[in-house]
Design a protein around this ligand. Sequence first.
Ligand code: CTP
Length: 399
Amino acid sequence: MGLLKGKRILLGVTGSIAAYKSAIIVRELVKAGSEVQVICTPSALQFVTPLTLGTLSKHPVLDALVKDPEAGVWTNHVELGLWADLMLVAPASANTLSKMAHGEADNLLLTTYLSARCPVYFAPAMDHDMHEHPANAENIQTLIQRGNIHIPAESGELASGLEGKGRMAEPEHITSFLESYLLESAPLREMKVMITAGPTHEPIDPVRFIGNYSTGKMGYALAERALQLGASVTLISGPTHLKSPAGATVVNVHTAEEMHAAAKAAFSECNIAIFSAAVADFRPAQASPEKIKKENSVPVIHLEKTIDILHTLGNTKTGQIVVGFALETENEEENARRKLVQKNADIIVLNSLRDEGAGFGGDTNKVTLLSSNKTVPLKLMSKADTAAGVFDFIIEEFL
Ligand code: CTP
């Protein structure tokens, strides 16, 4: 789904036999693209080693309030709490749940919990009778009432040999629980986003084409961001070397004509259409069916205009939010504003080739966002952050 991608997650691990499954939780979260920082309680370390969790999460495990007592070095739990997008306590033992419910602060996990401003999820793990005990049930209720999110324990065989409720939810259930919860508050849930990306290749003959320097990075970053915001994404991509964003429907095309056909099919269904492709403006009027041989005379290639996909679809829009790109070298804003009107777009993302770090190929971009009544220059930043800026603008101004 992509909702966990880029999320900063604090994983609190407590002293329960289910702690061995926290390694799988880390692996699932990292696989989903999250950045994970593990905090263990002292008793969690009797069940799992920091080496396992640190290796899987790619961050040293934190387990002590005071890192180096002699040097007076401590772990800043307030900073940790602010860093995280979400905190997940899994497994959450009866002891830690009780301490969380009562505001105790005698280890790093608990002080971080008390400092965290982000949503906190907890997945209880204990024996059946402990789980059902009124004291524990009351602690769970208290935490829920305070806005913490309960990932209920599952029923089945328990480490004690008993059967019943108390097993920590399976790691893959925990990650899908997080994803569906995040989806409920995702700004683009139930929205369809269509994105054109990359160059087009217009054939001269079976081995040659007219193309351009576009790599598709900006369009793919937009697709990734739309997925993170909960949208279903159709990415119409010209030839690139990029990995398809997991969860997107990718339609691979070569020519402007193919891109137009695919975009037309997706456009009527979508809520947001972003035209970031560097579509060739001209193509050979007639592609040679056979390879043009050099011993013949030097060929003259007659060009004709390709269809302007953004112009054609923008002028048939029925409520879609239409976003176009403009790559300019002079009179940037004036040219971009003309495109906004002519192509009936709601937003133009303006790239100036005069800006260092902007445009084709690189991993950074510097754009200005233009709507009919706003001009918002963004800083030079990664294409991923630029994509986030484009969607922030769409959400703030149009949704
Ligand atoms: N575009 C398109 N189909 C084309 C050409 C461009 O959909 N055949 C879209 C691009 O994806 C981009 C926008 O139009 O969103 C602007 O493209 P650009 O090449 O900058 O502008 P043009 O209209 O082609 O004008 P010019 O090249 O003269 O600046």
